[in-house]
Design a protein around this ligand. Structure first.
Ligand SMILES: Nc1nc2c(c(=O)[nH]1)N[C@H]1C(S)=C(S)[C@@H](COP(=O)(O)O)O[C@H]1N2
Ligand SMILES: [Mo]
Length: 313
């Protein structure tokens, strides 16, 4: 049984359980010779070492963190999601010092990893965002759940873009470029583009979809008959206002959904319900403030279903 967490206190995924995604391997960076460059269309290009970055102060950002999944299978649910307390500085603090020129429209984020991916060689990992979005949302993190970033999570510094898919959160960050156009890199223009619902052309994989996932019970779990607490997490680009739970294809029953926190955190949902002995299929479906609902099937944010076995009396 899960411990109850008050709605005002976000629950964080233990670091050992946070998923790891890397397209070209983990670069071995030494913080003593690492620097972050901010250049391009700026009045004052910057080169900061870690001490200079730490001198900007340390802020905290509790946020859910979700991987889009394979760029070659945009409709397959992966449900790789975690919640992390990041510590670092908002990108805006650096932009204020670098002073973007009037012509700057986009911000490019480049990682130190290089190599091959999907049959192409000599690649770098670059993502980009419109300047306004980057200034408002991007956070540069050097700590995760109170520890320095682990190598596989982007040591010594990574970008974090709350409420966007993890692919935008560039790890092993070494270079930020302000430009008048989008970055031309395989990870911006070729991979990680998709057709959004109701649209016909490709858009970059950015904002997350409305989604929910079972935490307890787990798929295949055996439960004692009687009142069972069904519980999970739901998230979107905005507040999740309802989560429906359906047992064995029955009607959607309203779960109790925790109010949203002050930041980009997920919301817990629970329903205590009697389950008769035997096998059961349980599904959860979130709806957000914008009216978006998880599709039943055929999409990466399709409703999550688990099977449980209830034993006893
Ligand atoms: N430099 C770099 N940043 C990267 C990646 C990468 O391969 N290289 N993978 C991205 C993807 S697809 C995801 S989901 C997140 C995963 O972050 P994590 O491994 O810390 O959970 O990092 C993103 N940032
Ligand atoms: Mo990802």
């Amino acid at each position: 049984m899960m411990t109850r967490v008050p709605a005002s206190e976000p629950d964080f995924t233990p670091l050992d359980d946070v998923f790891v995604r890397k397209h070209m391997g983990v670069p071995d960076l030494d913080v003593t010779d690492w620097t972050l460059v901010v250049e391009g269309l700026v009045e004052r290009p910057l080169r900061l070492d870690m001490d200079a970055l730490l001198a900007l102060g340390t802020h905290r950002l509790p946020a859910f963190h979700e991987c889009f999944g394979s760029p070659f299978a945009p409709d397959v649910p992966t449900r790789a999601v975690a919640q992390v307390e990041w510590a670092g500085v908002p990108l805006a603090a650096l932009l204020d010092r670098a002073a973007p020129r009037a012509a700057a429209r986009h911000v490019w984020f480049e990682g130190a990893d290089t190599g091959s991916f999907h049959g192409q060689d000599g690649l770098t990992y670059v993502k980009d965002l419109p300047l306004g979005v980057a200034r408002r949302d991007v956070f540069l993190a050097h700590r995760m759940n109170g520890e320095p970033l682990r190598a596989q999570h982007g040591f010594p510094l990574r970008a974090v873009v709350p409420r966007m898919f993890g692919t935008n959160s560039v790890k092993w960050l070494t270079r930020i470029v302000l430009a008048d156009r989008r970055a031309d890199n395989v990870f911006t223009t070729q991979f990680y583009n998709r057709v959004l619902p109701g649209e016909t052309s490709l858009s970059p994989v950015r904002e997350v979809d409305v989604s929910s996932k079972w935490f307890t019970p787990d798929d295949g779990e055996e439960l004692a008959a009687g009142n069972v607490e069904l519980s999970g997490r739901a998230w979107s680009t905005t507040e999740v206002v309802a989560v429906g739970i359906s047992v064995d294809g029955g009607p959607w029953e309203a779960a109790v959904v925790d109010p949203p926190g002050s930041g980009p955190t997920w919301q817990r949902f629970t329903l205590t319900r009697e389950l008769a002995p035997g096998p059961h299929r349980i599904r959860c479906r979130a709806r957000d403030l914008a009216g978006r609902v998880q599709p039943l099937a055929g999409a990466r944010n399709a409703v999550h279903e688990v099977g449980v076995g209830v034993v006893g009396d």
